[in-house]
Design a protein around this ligand. Structure first.
Ligand SMILES: [Zn+2]
Ligand SMILES: [Zn+2]
Length: 280
């Protein structure tokens, strides 16, 4: 299905899903099966693509490269025509721009997530509320939003890079609680406003990250009023989580915002050129 055909009437999107090509469990075919079962109209596979991560000790490293991306694009282009589900291939990079020079390995869009900060600020285990560190994070996020390579900024207030500060043994929910506290202490509404202004200026979407339910509701409300476009992502790493996007859609609806508040990848002009053997 062409994306422009579904404007206004089309159903659910999930624009952030991982497969076994990076650190997810599902196969790409498994993702499609579950996307259909959940009634999605658009699904995007966005595996980790970050050759710089290892250098910064981040977990989401270069588990995916241009050859793997090329393979995934070929898989997608070989799918039978399907009017009910549009499939996009994106990548999730870190805060540093990646080289995407192979014409046969051009993703449909790029998510950038601040999985680590590039300024080397020493951190201590157990010392989570380090103002200097979180200021550096906030600056890094502002830089990423303005980066022309970036279409979507992933989880700006979730899955925060706090690995070096955590004491061992925290649960998923405890880490989310820590993030809410970091958000409340440091991520001022002024910062969100700056993020949103930069997003508007560079036409970057901000992700509604369903796995962590971030950004917080009042800031999403402000973004909607400012005209920011939001991208919906489950950040699924297993098949059951594909299409877990109800939080984002409920939030958009509760704000009285329509689908114009939601970003989707540009329609693939190359889909028409495929028979001519051309890619953009
Ligand atoms: Zn991420
Ligand atoms: Zn992800």
């Amino acid at each position: 299905m062409r994306v422009e055909e579904c404007r206004g009437s089309c159903g659910l999107m999930d624009l952030h899903v991982h497969t076994s090509a990076s650190d997810g469990e599902p196969t790409a075919d498994g993702v499609l099966e579950h996307a259909r079962a959940k009634g999605l109209s658009i699904v995007a596979i966005t595996d980790h693509y970050d050759p710089f991560a290892a250098e910064y000790g981040a977990q989401s490293g270069n588990v995916f490269d241009h050859r793997a991306l090329e393979k995934q694009l070929q898989w997608r282009d070989g799918l039978p025509e399907d009017d009910s589900l549009a499939v996009f291939i994106g990548i999730e990079r870190g805060p540093i721009s990646v080289r995407l020079e192979m014409p046969s390995a051009q993703p449909d869009f790029v998510i950038a997530s601040v999985h680590y900060i590039t300024s080397r600020i020493p951190v201590e285990r157990g010392r989570l509320f380090d103002e200097r560190y979180w200021r550096a994070y906030m600056d890094e996020a502002l830089t990423v939003v303005a980066d022309p390579q970036v279409d979507v900024v992933g989880h700006i207030a979730g899955y925060l890079p706090m690995g070096g500060m955590l004491l061992p043994g925290s649960t998923f929910e405890e880490r989310r609680e820590m993030e809410r506290e970091i958000d409340a202490r440091f991520f001022s509404s002024q910062w969100y406003e700056d993020i949103f202004r930069a997003a508007l200026a560079s036409k970057t979407a901000i992700e509604l990250h369903c796995a962590t339910r971030t950004p917080r509701i009042d800031m999403v409300e402000m973004g909607i009023k400012m005209g920011v476009r939001f991208s919906v992502g489950s950040d699924a790493h297993n098949v059951e989580s594909v299409g877990n996007v109800a939080w984002a859609y409920d939030l958009i609806q509760s704000q009285g915002a329509g689908r114009q508040a939601l970003w989707h990848p540009p329609a693939r002009a190359d889909a028409d050129l495929r028979s001519a053997g051309t890619r953009r």
